[in-house]
Each structure stands twice: as structure tokens, then as C-alpha cells.
Design a protein around this ligand. Structure first.
Ligand code: H2B
Length: 97
């Protein structure tokens, strides 16, 4: 199982992930709100991200309202943020372009 990152390692990883930050009020999770041009762009992003997540066997918590997609990443098995969350966050940034 992936190891939970320390607060220091999490901060370090976040510095290389534009738009991602610690989620307040959660023990350890990272989040980003993506805003697209319209619903079509938002759902296209979700579709591509879902396929990547399934391939990684690592799944997002997310919520879509029209062109906004709010994403929270945490590794439930590890009770916090692991390298898997960082990898999925990077992939999502790449997909969003
Ligand atoms: N996704 C996330 N975000 N955290 C997990 O701990 C997790 C997951 N565990 N996807 C996986 C699936 C696990 O439940 C299966 C059995 O591999």
C-alpha cells in the first residue's frame, strides 16, 4: 500500500502542483477546483480523468456543477495523502491542459 506523506512532504509536492492546496477541515487531503468553458469541457475532463483514475485504481472524490469540477484527493486506505494522490493530481492538470 502507498505510504501516507508527512505534512512536510505534502507541502513540497503541492509546490509543484499548480492550483492544488490542502483541504481545510480534512485530516489530510488535497483539492482543486477546475473551471472550464462550459459543461461539455467539464464533462470531457471528467471522462478522461475517470479513465486514468480507473487505470491507476485510484479514484477521486468530486462534484460537478455545470462548468465547475471540484476535486478532492486522498488515499482512503492510508488515511491521508500518498504518492498516488500526487500522481493523479498531476495527471488531472495535464488533462485539463
Ligand atoms: N481510491 C482512493 N482515492 N483511495 C483508496 O484508498 C482507494 C481508491 N482504494 N480506489 C482502492 C480503490 C481500493 O479500494 C481497491 C480495493 O483497490
Amino acid at each position: 500500500m502507498a505510504e501516507r506523506l508527512s505534512a512536510e512532504a505534502r507541502k513540497q509536492a503541492l509546490s509543484g502542483l499548480p492550483g492544488w492546496s490542502e483541504v481545510q477541515g480534512r485530516d489530510a487531503a488535497i483539492g482543486k477546483t477546475f473551471i472550464f468553458k462550459d459543461f461539455n469541457e467539464a464533462f470531457g475532463f471528467m471522462t478522461r480523468a475517470a479513465l486514468a483514475a480507473e487505470k491507476m485504481d485510484h479514484h477521486p472524490e468530486w462534484r460537478n456543477v455545470y462548468k465547475t469540477v471540484e476535486v478532492v484527493l486522498s488515499t482512503h486506505d492510508a488515511g491521508g495523502v500518498t504518492a498516488l494522490d500526487i500522481a493523479l493530481a498531476k495527471t488531472m492538470n495535464a488533462i485539463a491542459g
